[in-house]
Design a protein around this ligand. Structure first.
Ligand SMILES: O=C(O)CCC(=O)C(=O)O
Ligand SMILES: [Fe+2]
Length: 366
């Protein structure tokens, strides 16, 4: 999931799961995608994350950080992994990213657990610069049958606790998905969680489950506690770590994220729930994607009958807890503060919407 940049070889880095109690604290996070400072590479302007606010740990102990002497491991060649990566990049047709965001995290700040909007492609990347930080991943979504081929009977909209103890049966049957009650997940502390140490000059790649069904976030706190990271511990822990604990102070961190918008497709004609609920997520904010495609919402009512189908960016993962496409099909609009900004902005009616801000505690609403 995380690659060191040294000789462009990859290094996977995971750490022990941590379940933390939190104190609500908003991060002081400067986001270069806000205020229309987006590094716009082509004509697209991407929408971004739906965010969920959550409390974070507030550690106080502080020691020296461990040395980052992993160069040798980082240089290890992983050709197979690189081939897979190149294939995925090829599926994007060599397109440059639609959105590149630079974010600054002063020490102690974080980003609430969120899933980046599914309207952008599965593959997205985040380059880490300056100080390292722990990122928390948690299975907050539902793994659809598309992800669970070993489960043959989970298209029947029943709830089962399966892989990793998480709810693994979402109503991927489209018709059932419009009306099915939202699945209930185990309490947050009981959901599968993984921490990933984002080392400086490493590239985090999110795709598949980790991108679609797991939320990710960075706790706002002054230190990160790394468990079992040194190999010189005094004894083994129950969690399989070597028992060594290192408390690492947070420093200034920068990240650069790269995103690609999915291709637009006509909205499904059978989408009765969404139709009843009004214009689609995309058409509500009109040109948020930067595309010039007209939408039904842009046209006067008497023209709507003759309009082409609304074009939307569909994700087919079916996760009604985390996927904006699946939610829209249920007639369930997500509230994005940046969309309110779109609506309030005079420019929004006359010209393409301002750049969608990247994830930031300042924009987090849901
Ligand atoms: O700072 C990072 O590494 C990732 C930030 C993030 O999750 C986001 O911008 O959506
Ligand atoms: Fe994100």
């Amino acid at each position: 999931m995380v690659e060191g940049d040294s000789n462009d070889d990859s290094k996977e880095s995971t750490a022990a799961a941590e379940q933390g109690q939190a104190s609500a604290r908003k991060g002081q996070l400067y986001n270069a995608c806000n205020g229309q400072q987006e590094a716009k590479i082509n004509d697209h302007q991407g929408q971004h994350c739906s965010l969920e606010e959550e409390e974070g740990d507030d550690g106080t102990t502080s020691h020296r950080p461990p040395r980052q002497s992993t160069a040798r491991r980082q240089r290890r060649r992983r050709p197979r992994r690189r081939d897979e990566r190149q294939q995925r990049h090829a599926s994007l047709g060599g397109r440059p990213p639609d959105q590149v965001c630079l974010q600054y995290y002063p020490p102690g700040t974080g980003i609430p657990p969120h899933v980046d909007t599914h309207s952008t492609y599965d593959e997205l990347y985040a380059l880490s610069l300056s100080a390292p930080v722990l990122m928390q991943f948690r299975l907050d979504g539902v793994l659809s049958s598309r992800d669970n081929n070993d489960n043959n009977d989970n298209n029947n909209n029943t709830k089962k606790h399966g892989r990793n103890g998480a709810l693994d049966c979402s109503p991927v049957d489209e018709a059932a998905g419009y009306t099915a009650p939202l699945p209930e997940l185990p309490p947050k502390a009981q959901r599968p969680q993984v921490e990933v140490d984002l080392l400086p000059r490493s590239m985090l790649e999110m795709s598949g489950d980790s991108r679609l069904h797991w939320t990710h976030g960075i706790k706002p706190r002054k230190t990160d506690t790394l468990k079992g990271s040194g190999g010189q511990g005094t004894g083994g822990g129950d969690d399989g770590s070597d028992g060594m604990v290192v408390v690492r102070p947070r420093g200034e961190r920068w990240s650069i994220t790269y995103r690609w918008l999915r291709e637009e497709t006509p909205a499904a004609a059978t989408n009765a729930a969404a139709a009843a609920a009004g214009p689609s997520l995309e058409s509500k904010s009109g040109s948020e994607s930067g595309s010039n495609t007209s939408t039904a919402a842009d046209a006067p009512d008497d023209q709507n009958a003759n309009m082409k189908p609304v074009m939307v960016r569909e994700c087919e993962c079916g996760d009604i807890l985390l996927c904006d496409t699946a939610q829209r099909r249920r007639g369930q609009e997500r509230e994005y503060r940046w969309k309110q900004y779109d609506a309030a902005s005079p420019a929004a009616t006359a010209s393409p919407a301002p750049a969608a801000p990247a994830a930031s505690p300042f924009t987090a609403t849901s």
